[in-house]
Structure formats: structure tokens, C-alpha cells
Design a protein around this ligand. Structure first.
Ligand SMILES: [Zn+2]
Length: 149
């Protein structure tokens, strides 16, 4: 599976899936408490009050077969992933909520804010994943560098 070749074709579906999931979290998730808001602002988020967090048993996978296989192949959304950020919407797996993970995901919120939207950020993020891998993605490195302990 060559994700670099697949990505341009999958991108519109990836964005549509991400936007729909973000909307779901926005309506069902909870706002950050005072310490969460303060941490979000500390990692650069401008609209910390817009952040919603939804606790889930596992990160949802796209129903679209091809999209799902690509996400798993890229190392995204697999069983070891415990957090996912889409715009101001954050999903965290039960049992994994901690300051380090939340601040990491909040830094991704900052990255979305800098890009302006899910449609603007996701292509850059996914491009970096297929080019250098999840661990070496500059967006992941930046998020790791802003984790609060
Ligand atoms: Zn991350």
C-alpha cells in the first residue's frame, strides 16, 4: 500500500470523515475545566473555551474500507493510539486521560488554529505522516515538545 499515491484520492473522504466526527464531539463532548483551560492556553491555543473532549472506549475508525485501511497502515487510529484531535474536538480513550496526553492534543488544536480549519490542516498533517512517519512528523514532534507533565 503506497500511501503517498493514495493520499490525494483519499483526502476529500478523510476531511469529510474528520469534519463529521469533529461535529459529533463538539455536540457531545465536555468543555475543559479551569486547569485544562489554563494548560490549553499555555500550549498556545487561542480559543481554549471552544475545545470539547469526548471520552471513548476506542478511537472510531472510518466506515469507508479504503480510508480505514490507509489510516491503520499509516499507524493512525490503531489500538495503541489513545488520543485524536480534529479541530477543537478531542477524543480520548477511557483510562488514558492525563495532563500529558491532554496537553499534547491541545497542541494539535493549536496547529489546527494556525492552519485555520480541518480542511486546511489535515492534508498537511497526513502528508507529513506518509512522508516521514508518525513519530518523525514535525506536527507530532511539536506536540510532544509541548506536553505538560
Ligand atoms: Zn499527536
Amino acid at each position: 500500500m503506497d500511501l503517498r499515491l493514495l493520499l490525494p484520492r483519499l483526502m476529500p473522504r478523510a476531511i469529510a470523515w474528520a469534519e463529521a466526527l469533529a461535529a459529533e464531539v463538539a455536540s457531545e463532548g465536555h468543555a475543559l475545566d479551569a486547569s485544562g483551560l489554563s494548560d490549553a492556553m499555555a500550549v498556545g491555543v487561542r480559543k481554549a473555551e471552544d475545545i470539547r473532549v469526548l471520552m471513548v472506549d476506542r478511537l472510531p475508525l472510518p466506515p469507508d474500507y479504503e480510508l480505514r485501511e490507509a489510516a491503520l497502515h499509516a499507524g493512525l487510529l490503531g489500538p495503541t493510539m489513545t488520543g485524536l484531535t480534529l479541530g477543537h474536538s478531542i477524543l480520548i480513550c477511557h483510562g488514558h486521560l492525563c495532563r500529558r496526553l491532554l496537553s499534547h492534543e491541545c497542541r494539535h488544536v493549536f496547529q489546527y488554529e494556525q492552519a485555520g480549519s480541518i480542511a486546511a490542516f489535515l492534508p498537511r498533517y497526513l502528508q507529513s505522516i506518509v512522508e516521514v512517519g508518525y513519530w518523525h512528523s514535525p506536527f507530532e514532534q511539536d506536540a510532544r515538545n509541548h506536553e505538560l507533565a
